[in-house]
Design a protein around this ligand. Structure first.
Ligand code: GLC
Ligand code: GLC
Length: 813
């Protein structure tokens, strides 16, 4: 069942009912200021850090779900009827409802009783505020007198404290109101130099800033007493819960339409300019921001700029094929999600509360893969930030805090896959841009500016961190965990509630990871190549010999007859083996080892892929392992804490399905690669939205596996490495356009039935229009390639570098 449809021309997803199977959200903002907004106008807004600078309050895990947002109540003074255009929170039946989630904006329209209200929300580029344009139209044949009541509930900045420390924060709330602007200034009197404001571009008929006065102590947001009464109470908050609400009265002739521009903004004021009079905040910066959007034309202009911004980002890779679903994933929604994930890391979604996790070392490096071609400069900055949290021995903080950019001590280090992702992220940046100067940047260890080395040296330490930490079989030691955060082989936790990621581990130097071995062989060649590019041939050769050893070791000790083993545990026993009762086969080493080419010549890679298909595949995607763990295993950790079929315990972890897609392309299996792709790509799941439940335009981290009670149901949409890896799998491995150190490589691996497709790729400043045809109906193999009519040997387009458009004709066969 569908709950909406794609509008590919406007690059929007159009939702036709407010009662989607779960709130379907969108993100506003690209730089410093961000908002999350659902199809019923729920969500919240923050400046840079969702925990420490949250502007508006949101109640996670509330009943009803998705409470708190930007609500505009429409009250008809003739009938006393009131409602909200996004349906929530009043939930009055609407004669018409539509939500359009677009690139960086959301437009919600509701109509009832002869009035139509459109609520458009976006964050203009370079602006620290959400702009809401409300368009109210009289669709009836009679005159109408209505009031519009705005509503936003302020968060007292620190979202964690806001929801817990009531003995203090119910006494700290402060506001000011002047003209049509409500200022939220809690804690500004002391150490804060920032405040929020909520304005509207016309004279108001009243306001409220005290939640209890507006809503009523025993009422819900569906029946605020001010709206019920039809008159603002002009309350001024003092402690308790400050809110912002304006009342604007409108008289509309039949067919008449009026629009209002509301702004929910954030201002920082230098210490010496904080006050305009004792106790009165300096409003100048807010008024200047408000002035920028005084008129509809200002709003239209900013929307055009936003559209042009996205147009430019998306233009870097565009496909034209016969498959609409593929086109919309590749051209619009997957790169959009990659950008959001890059911006947010794992901080704020409807599943990540915005108060918990910092930026992940491994996560951020992988997010880069899907984003680096859009704004390489930002990728570069991110790489340098991440690398600065590495230690001298090559190990790394697992997470760092975005505001301070320092490693997170609470989570610490010891995830032994982490360092390798830095090589992958950095290589992706250099392949995209050709900019090797990044390798010469001086980067601190452990954020200490007095202890630095070149980024290249950081990569060197990453590479040798693996070699310096090998276990009894010569495979990499796993440490706290590898990619799978929940496979905790040295943890042995018995305390309820103890964190598997941070609790003290035993000093184990036995547990080894076949996955890290695969990752080492996968990223190692890039490191060797970077050595060569720097003229370090001896170093390159040494790296290659380590890689070859690791490949041999993996085949000797990491293969179990029909598939790759997962690991050896603390006792040196096999994990992910036929010999195990549960957890006999895992997806991660099959994907990563075959991506690395291990066992391809020997025919073992093929065997591994067959085993994946036979044992892990389901109609909704490939599960993480089989059979699931049915009880808690002290020696395995968190993986065995989840009920069978969920999360890392045999859920369909959408992050690693693309590794199988890529692995299948290594073997030339284009049909199978695309089959795996289309099983989990959201646009292909639109028709089963009632099962899948999450947004049909973005990936979720997990879909419940076949052992789960609710097989096929997704959770944790938006912020997941799934976005980047699926983007890599489809654009690079399947469609086959790959940035490489010395040019743009064309190496598709597609379903044999495809006749061809066309890709426009902006690469190092030039635009390549690549026409690929498949007359012989093969899956893989470039028979010929011409660049502007001239034959090119091999399948790498050498960068032209003239900033112009070039035609590339590729024939497969
Ligand atoms: C989550 C984490 C990621 C980890 C994965 C598997 O997605 O963010 O770092 O690799 O889970 O445990
Ligand atoms: C927690 C979650 C796990 C997730 C990990 C990410 O351990 O339980 O599922 O993958 O965090 O770091």
């Amino acid at each position: 069942m569908k709950f909406g449809q794609f509008d590919d021309v406007r690059k929007e997803y159009v939702i036709n009912t407010p009662q989607t199977p779960y709130p379907w959200i969108n993100y506003l903002g690209n730089e410093q200021f961000f908002g999350l907004i659902s199809n019923t106008a729920g969500g919240y807004t923050f400046y840079r850090d969702a925990r420490l600078r949250r502007l508006t309050r949101y109640r996670y895990n509330n009943i009803p779900l998705d409470t708190g947002g930007r609500y505009y109540y429409l009250r008809d003074h003739d009938t006393n009827d009131f409602w909200t255009p996004g349906w929530m929170p009043v939930k009055r039946d609407l004669d018409f409802y539509e939500c359009r989630h677009g690139l960086g904006y959301t437009s919600i329209t509701g109509e009832r009783g002869g009035i139509s209200v459109n609520q458009l929300a976006f964050i203009p580029l370079g602006y620290n505020g959400e702009v809401h344009r409300l368009t109210v139209k009289n669709t009836s044949s009679a005159n109408k007198t209505v009031s519009l009541f705005s509503f936003a509930e302020f968060c007292l900045w620190n979202a964690q404290d806001d929801m817990t420390n009531f003995q203090r924060n119910l006494s700290t709330g402060e506001v000011e109101v002047q003209d049509s602007v409500i200022y939220h200034k809690t804690e500004y009197r002391e150490r804060r130099n920032h405040y929020a404001f909520y304005s509207v571009n016309r004279k108001i008929d009243g306001f409220d800033t005290d939640r209890e006065s507006f809503v009523g102590l025993y009422n819900g947001l569906h029946e605020p007493q001010v709206v019920t009464a039809g008159k603002a109470s002009n309350s001024v908050a003092s402690g308790w819960s400050p809110i912002g609400s304006h009342e604007v009265k409108l008289t509309l002739a039949p067919g008449e339409e009026q629009s209002l521009v509301f702004i929910l903004g954030y201002v920082e004021v230098p210490e010496e300019d904080k006050w305009e009079a004792p106790g009165v905040i300096n409003k100048k910066p807010a008024l200047a921001m408000i002035e920028q959007f005084a008129t509809d034309a200002d709003v239209d202009h900013a929307l055009e700029k936003l559209a042009a911004y996205w147009e430019n980002l998306l233009s870097k890779y565009q496909i034209n094929s016969n498959d609409d679903k593929l086109n919309r994933m590749v051209n619009i929604w997957n790169p959009y999600q990659c950008m959001v994930t890059f911006n947010m890391s794992r901080s704020a979604s409807y599943f990540e509360s915005g108060i918990g996790r910092g930026m992940g070392f491994r996560d951020s490096n992988q997010d880069l893969l899907g984003f680096v071609h859009q704004i390489p400069e930002r990728a570069k900055e991110r790489i340098l930030d991440i690398a600065a949290t590495q230690f001298e021995d090559g190990s790394a903080y697992h997470q760092y805090q975005p505001l301070t950019k320092r490693g997170n001590n609470e989570v610490g280090t010891g995830f032994n896959d982490d360092p390798l992702w830095l090589i992958l992220g950095t290589s992706a940046y250099i392949k995209e841009t050709g900019d090797t100067s990044i390798l010469d940047e001086q980067v601190p260890f452990d954020s200490n500016p007095n202890n630095t080395a070149t980024l290249f040296e950081h990569l060197n330490r990453s590479f040798y961190h693996v070699i310096n930490n090998l276990g009894p079989h010569g495979l990499p030691l796993i440490g706290r965990a590898d990619w799978n955060d929940c496979l905790n082989l040295n943890c042995f936790s018995k305390e309820p509630g103890e964190s598997f990621q941070t609790t003290a581990n035993i000093e184990g130097r036995v547990a080894e990871s076949v996955f890290i071995a695969g990752l080492f062989v996968f990223v190692g060649p890039d490191f060797a190549e970077l050595c060569r590019m720097r003229g370090l041939d001896a170093e390159a050769n040494e790296a290659v010999s380590h890689i070859n050893n690791m490949r041999a070791t993996t085949l000797e000790h990491g293969f179990d007859g029909d598939w790759f083993l997962r690991a050896y545990d603390h006792y040196g026993e096999k994990i992910g083996s036929k010999e195990n009762e549960e957890g006999q086969i895992f997806i991660e080493p099959q994907g990563m080892c075959v991506m690395a080419g291990i066992g391809v010549e020997e025919g073992l890679a093929d065997k591994a892929m067959v085993s994946v298909k036979d044992r892990l595949d389901t109609k909704y995607g490939i599960v993480l392992q089989q059979p699931p763990y049915s009880k808690y295993y002290l020696n395995l950790g968190e993986i065995s804490t989840y009920p069978p079929g969920y999360k890392e315990n045999a859920g369909i972890f959408c992050h690693n399905n693309p590794w199988i897609m890529i692995a299948e392309t290594v073997l030339g299996h284009g049909d199978r690669a695309f089959e795996v792709y289309s099983k989990i790509a959201p646009a292909y799941l639109e028709d089963i939205s009632e099962v899948h439940r999450m947004e049909p335009y973005v990936y979720s981290q997990m879909i419940a596996g076949k052992d789960a009670v609710r097989h096929g149901e997704a959770k944790n949409s938006w912020l997941t490495g799934t976005a980047a890896w699926n983007y890599v799998a489809i654009t690079q491995a399947i469609l086959g356009i790959q940035a490489d150190f010395n040019g743009l490589k064309v190496d598709p691996c597609i379903p044999a039935a495809w006749d061809g497709f066309e890709i426009t790729r902006v690469f190092r400043g030039d635009t390549y229009v690549i026409k690929i045809s498949n007359p012989g109906h093969v899956s893989k193999g470039v028979k010929s390639l011409t660049l502007d009519g001239a034959q090119v040997d091999g399948n790498v387009i050498p960068p032209v570098g003239d900033g112009a458009a070039h035609e590339v004709v590729v024939v497969l066969g």
